[in-house]
Design a protein around this ligand. Structure first.
Ligand code: C2E
Ligand code: MG
Ligand code: MG
Length: 581
């Protein structure tokens, strides 16, 4: 898919592609709003292009029926980036559409997923082997798949296409585990039937433009033509491999037995793992050997640094899925101090993942993965609820009330009913809403200012505080900021870093503070590490601080102790410029 740098579409090119597609194609954004449809879609459904573009796809069908359908689809999309299946849709024009739908996640270069590509056909489409096959001699007589020479030919062609368009090609070689045992014990007839079923399932996992071949007794080759370049290629082929496992995992009834098929796979990518078909196939075999040595039912990329990174990322993704259930997430708290009294008046809840093998994993590492996969939604909800429960615990201990900051991700902001979660958490714990402080970054709200303003106003009506986090790193204009109900502005720690030496940064911070004060906002500075930095922030009339100078983020027990002991910030000597002035 062709995305501009900022993740938006190259409109003209997309239009051209859509108009030339034989399938009904539509693009929907993550809220389900149709951003583009092609003519074939309009013909198939009888819905005019203008009547669907810019509207929610959900309105195109019966709601209850659609929700039943969407649940499993969403989970597949999160896991594998792809879903396909038969559908029956009740359309607004009272027509019923019956057909086959494929949905693919469009992976952005960075940040959250924004668009889904949906392709629909009237009925299940014939697989390439049925339609595009050359003469019979090129077919494997048993499975009717392509043979090695044909496969190599197609690979050559895919490579030259990819080279012209700066695209990638993936080659997967799959080897069934223990096939000879099945063949020996159940007989070759059953073995043959099994191979045919496997061939069919593999074909079902690929797109029209891809192809499957039988390249050995129990070895299959798969060609993924025209996939994204770079890390996208690793991800795409990783998805396909996952799909293949899913497809093979369904047990097969044959000869009175229930056979469970597992396989090893080796994956190579053009151009990074080889220039021509021979290199790629050879290296895929090497990767396959690796996979076989590792364990049953696994896949391996031909080693490259990028593939290793991707593998680690997949591993992170799958263990993160379990982290919530297994209680591996916990909140640390970093105290926030009032610069006049020196007292702790708040704390920011900062998530930590206590991994059984890797120890404490920083949110900087796993929050982006959580955002990309949608896992941030359950995690973010857990954070809000846990922070509220903690506030209630401190209240019950009769400790002086503090305000607890909770970070909201942009993805939560766009996809989650935060108002509802906050409302429920307040009701459940009975805490004073003022004790909850939601931190939002500029980038999360500047996407759609109008929507953000109304949402934040509704949340603010619940009585909770709202803070703008990492201020100064985004591009929000000061005049826009006026419209938001923020009580606190948090100056990003990058300014503090240089504030002692850099006069320019000092001037910016000075202006930010003046602006915030004129909007009646409290200013808190993050990342104060030295007395000199603190002195300057005091001089600039900053109200509060949070930083290693006072305390790092600490486990909840340590913060409780600080509150009990009334730990205070030492009143620093006055700043030199204070004395001068
Ligand atoms: P943030 O919201 O800006 O949080 C402040 C970060 O600055 C924390 O990093 C904190 O440890 C660090 N910090 C505070 N004082 C100092 C200092 O004096 N020196 C230095 N070098 N660093 C300081 P942490 O805990 O690693 O969190 C990083 C980011 O991860 C947070 O930035 C926030 O964007 C995100 N995050 C953390 N918890 C959550 C969460 O529950 N949900 C979401 N969506 N994001 C979270
Ligand atoms: Mg924060
Ligand atoms: Mg921050």
């Amino acid at each position: 898919m062709v995305l501009d740098r900022d993740g938006s579409f190259d409109g003209k090119l997309i239009g051209l592609l859509l108009d030339n597609s034989p399938e009904g194609v539509f693009l929907v954004d993550r809220r389900g709003v149709v951003s583009q449809v092609n003519r074939v879609f309009s013909v198939m459904t009888g819905l005019g292009i203008d009547s669907v573009e810019g509207k929610s796809i959900f309105r195109q069908a019966n709601r209850g029926q659609l929700e039943d359908f969407l649940g499993p689809v969403r989970s597949k999309l999160w896991q594998y980036g792809f879903w396909q299946g038969s559908i029956t849709l009740d359309l607004v024009n009272n027509k019923i559409f019956k057909g086959f739908l494929k949905i693919s996640v469009i992976l952005p270069k960075s940040g959250p997923i924004r668009y889904y590509l949906c392709q629909m056909a009237r009925r299940e489409q014939p697989k390439p082997e049925n339609s595009l096959m050359p003469g019979n001699s090129a077919l494997d007589s048993l499975t009717k798949l392509a043979t090695l020479p044909v496969f190599t030919d197609r690979l050559k062609q895919a490579i030259s296409n990819a080279a012209r368009h700066d695209r990638s090609v993936g080659v997967i070689i799959l080897d069934l585990d223990r096939f000879h045992i099945i063949n020996d014990s159940l007989g070759s007839e059953i073995g043959d039937q099994l191979l045919c079923i496997v061939a069919k399932r593999l074909t079902g996992c690929l797109r029209e433009s891809d192809s499957v071949a039988r390249i050995g007794a129990d070895e299959f080759g798969m060609l993924l033509s025209d996939i994204d370049e770079g890390p996208g290629a690793v991800r795409n082929s990783g998805f396909v491999s996952q799909k293949i496992y899913e497809a093979l995992a369904i047990p097969i009834h044959l000869g009175g037995e229930l056979i469970e098929v597992t396989a090893a796979m080796g994956i190579t990518l053009y151009p990074q793992d080889g220039e021509g078909p021979d290199d790629l196939l050879k290296n895929a075999e090497t990767a396959l050997t690796h996979a076989r040595q590792m364990s049953r039912n696994t896949y391996q990329f031909f080693s490259s640094k990028m593939a290793e990174t991707a593998r680690l990322r997949f591993a992170l993704e799958s263990s993160l899925r379990q982290a919530v259930d297994k209680n591996q997430l916990c909140l640390y708290y970093q105290p926030q101090v009032d610069l006049t009294s020196g007292l702790v008046i708040g704390a920011e809840a900062l998530i930590r993942w206590i991994h059984p093998e890797q120890g404490i994993i920083s949110p900087v590492r796993f929050i982006p993965v959580a955002e990309e996969t949608g896992l941030i939604l359950p995690i973010g909800e857990w954070v809000i609820r846990s922070a509220c429960r903690q506030i209630a615990i401190w209240r019950d201990k009769k400790l002086p009330p503090i305000r607890v900051g909770v970070n909201l991700s942009a993805v939560q902001f766009q996809r989650q009913d935060i108002e509802k979660i906050v409302k429920e958490s307040l009701e459940e714990t009975g805490i004073d809403p003022k004790c909850l402080d939601l931190e939002i970054t500029e980038s999360a709200i500047m996407d759609d200012v109008e929507k953000a303003v109304s949402m934040l106003n509704r949340i603010s009506k619940l009585g909770v505080k709202l803070s703008i986090d990492d201020f100064g790193t985004g591009y929000s204009s000061l005049s826009q900021l006026r419209h938001f109900p923020f009580k606190t502005l948090k100056i990003d720690r990058s300014f503090v870093h240089s504030i002692v030496e850099d006069e320019g940064d000092r001037a910016i911070v000075n202006a930010i503070i003046a602006m915030a004060h004129s909007l009646n906002q409290t200013v808190i500075v993050e990342g104060v590490e030295t007395d000199a930095q603190l002195g300057i922030m005091r001089h600039l009339k900053c109200n509060e601080m949070q930083g290693f100078l006072f305390s790092k983020p600490v486990p909840v027990e340590s913060l409780t102790e600080m509150l009990i002991n009334g730990k205070r910030l030492q009143q620093a000597p006055p700043c030199p410029s204070d004395q001068a002035g």
